[in-house]
Design a protein around this ligand. Structure first.
Ligand code: SF4
Length: 466
C-alpha cells in the first residue's frame, strides 16, 4: 500500500504530480491511499517514489484536467482518490470514459465539480468589499466559502478590480491584490475585516430605489441569495421591510395611471457616424444609434451582445430587461442571475460564451415609476434581425442556444414551436448547431411549486449544449 500526499489539498498541480508518479509506478487505485482519505492504516503505507525516480510521459485528456481543476477544490476527502480512479481507467484504455454520463465515478466527479462551480459563483456574487482595512485606500471583504475555492476565484477579482488594493479574508485562506500581483496567506477571523464603511448608506439607498416589488419572487430570491450570505451584504438589513411592503407597493403601482415613458438619459450631441469596417466593435457603435424601429426612443440605450468574439457557444435571449436597459449589459438582472446559476450547475463558463438578444432595446410599459416588460412584436424582431445576423456572422459560434420562443423564432424561423421542439438539435445551413430552451425569466414567472422543476429542465437543456 502506498501513500500520496497532496499539499495543499486544493492544488491541481500537487495532485497531478502525485497522480503522475503513481501512474508511472503502476500503482492501482486500490493500492493507493490519499492523505485526505478517511481510511485506516495510513501509518503503514509507504510513500510514492518521488517524481525524478518516475520519469515518463502521461497524457491526460484536457476534459479530465478541467474537471479535476474543479473537483480538487471540493471539501470531500475522497476527491483525490476519485480523480485518480478516473485517470487510471482512462490510462488503461477507457479513453471515452468521461462521455459516459451514467458511470458512477463520472457522476460523482461531475457532482463535486458542480458544487464547486456553484460555490465560486456565490463568491463572485456575494463578496462585498469595505473600505478601511489594511491601510489607507485598501478594501477588505469577508467571505465563508463551502469549499477550497479562494485560489480558483482570486483571478476573477484581480481582473475585475485591477485598479484597487483589496483583500479577501476567509476562515482557511486569505488573498491580497497589491502592486498588480496576488498574494495568498493564512486564514483569518471575521473580526479582521471591517464590519461597515461610509459607502454603505449610499449603497442601501440605491438598492432600495432600484428594488422592483413587481418582480419579486421570495422563493427564488432565497434560492438565489441564501440567508447564510446575508450577514455579509449591506443591503440585507433592508430585505425584511422591502419584502413586507412589496405587496402594498405593487397594488399602489397598479392603481396609478400609466404615465408617458421618459428617456432616462438626455440625447447626446450628434456625432459623425463611425466607419463600418465590418467588425463587431463597429457594429456595436452603429447599433447604439439605431432607430430602425420605435423601441429606441423610450429605452435608455442599445444593449449589445457581450463575450469573446471567437466564442464557440452563443446564447440568444429575447430582449433586454429593466436592469439590462440601465446598465447596457445583457443578462445582468434577476433572469441573468438565474441564468448564471444555471450555467454553474450545467458546467458552462459564462465568460467564454457570447450572450446577446434578438431585440436590442427594452420594450416596456410605464406604470408609475415601474417599467413593466412587454414582449417585442414580430416587426421589432425583424427590424433588429440585421444586428443579430451581424453578430452571428462575426462570432461564428459552433453552437447557438436560443432562450425562449422569441429568440428561437429569430434564429430558426417563425414556424418553430418551442413547446414541441425544445431541447432537440437543429442545424442551420452553415452547419451551426442550434438548441432552444426556455428563457430564465419564464422560470422566474412559474408558481413556486413548479419553479424547481422548471429550473432543472433549463439546466438539463444547458447541459446538452455544454
Ligand atoms: S430594437 Fe433593434 S431595430 Fe429597433 S431600434 Fe433598437 S437596435 Fe434598432
Amino acid at each position: 500500500m502506498h501513500l500520496a500526499v497532496v499539499e495543499p489539498g486544493w492544488s491541481l498541480e500537487a495532485w497531478r504530480e502525485r497522480a503522475r508518479a503513481a501512474l508511472l509506478a503502476g500503482v492501482a487505485p486500490e493500492h493507493l491511499q490519499w492523505d485526505g482519505d478517511a481510511q485506516q492504516g495510513l501509518a503503514l503505507a509507504s510513500p510514492l517514489p518521488e517524481a525524478p525516480e518516475a520519469q515518463g510521459r502521461v497524457t491526460v485528456p484536457a476534459a479530465l484536467l478541467e474537471l479535476a481543476g474543479a473537483v480538487v477544490c471540493h471539501r470531500d476527502p475522497g476527491r483525490h482518490a476519485l480523480l485518480y480512479r478516473l485517470l487510471w481507467r482512462i490510462a488503461r484504455g477507457e479513453r471515452r470514459l468521461l462521455e459516459r454520463a451514467t458511470d458512477p465515478d463520472v457522476v460523482a466527479a461531475a457532482a463535486l465539480a458542480a458544487a464547486v462551480r456553484r460555490d465560486c459563483h456565490k463568491m463572485k456574487a456575494f463578496v462585498r468589499f469595505r473600505e478601511g482595512g489594511g491601510g489607507e485606500g485598501a478594501y477588505v471583504a469577508w467571505f465563508e466559502p463551502d469549499h477550497w475555492i479562494v485560489d480558483r476565484v482570486a483571478p476573477f477579482f484581480a481582473k475585475r478590480f485591477a485598479g484597487m488594493r483589496w483583500a479577501i479574508l476567509t476562515p482557511y485562506r486569505s488573498v491580497r491584490w497589491e502592486g498588480g500581483a496576488l498574494a495568498f496567506g493564512p486564514g483569518a477571523v471575521r473580526a479582521d475585516a471591517p464590519a461597515e464603511d461610509a459607502q454603505e448608506d449610499l449603497w442601501r439607498t440605491y438598492y432600495a430605489s432600484i428594488f422592483n416589488p413587481a418582480r419579486l419572487n421570495p422563493t427564488m430570491m432565497r434560492q438565489e441569495m441564501p440567508q447564510k450570505y446575508w450577514k455579509g451584504l449591506p443591503e440585507a438589513e433592508l430585505l425584511p421591510s422591502l419584502l413586507r411592503d412589496a405587496g402594498r407597493r405593487v397594488r399602489d403601482m397598479a392603481e396609478r395611471e400609466a404615465q408617458a415613458p421618459r428617456r432616462r438619459i438626455p440625447a447626446r450631441p450628434a456625432e459623425a457616424p463611425p466607419t463600418d469596417d465590418g467588425s463587431l466593435a463597429a457594429a456595436r457603435v452603429l447599433a447604439a444609434g439605431c432607430q430602425r424601429c420605435p423601441l429606441w426612443e423610450p429605452a435608455t440605450q442599445t444593449v449589445w451582445g457581450e463575450g469573446p468574439e471567437d466564442a464557440r457557444l452563443m446564447f440568444v435571449g429575447e430582449q433586454p430587461g429593466d436592469a439590462e436597459d440601465l446598465t447596457g449589459r445583457p443578462f445582468v438582472g434577476p433572469a441573468g442571475a438565474l441564468l448564471d446559476r444555471a450555467f454553474a450547475d450545467a458546467g458552462i463558463d459564462r465568460s467564454a460564451a457570447y450572450l446577446t438578444n434578438a431585440v436590442k432595446h427594452f420594450r416596456f410599459q410605464q406604470r408609475g415609476k415601474a417599467r413593466l416588460h412587454q414582449r417585442p412584436t414580430t416587426g421589432h424582431v425583424n427590424a433588429c434581425h440585421a444586428w443579430l445576423r451581424r453578430e452571428l456572422a462575426t462570432v461564428r459560434p459552433e453552437v447557438i442556444v436560443c432562450l425562449g420562443a422569441t429568440a428561437a423564432a429569430a434564429v430558426l424561423g417563425a414556424g418553430f414551436s418551442l413547446l414541441e421542439e425544445r431541447g432537440t438539435w437543429h442545424q442551420l445551413g452553415n452547419g451551426v448547431r442550434v438548441l432552444a430552451t426556455v428563457h430564465p425569466a419564464w422560470v422566474l414567472r412559474q408558481p413556486a411549486a413548479a419553479q424547481g422543476a422548471a429550473y432543472r429542465g433549463l439546466v438539463d437543456d444547458l447541459r446538452l449544449a455544454a
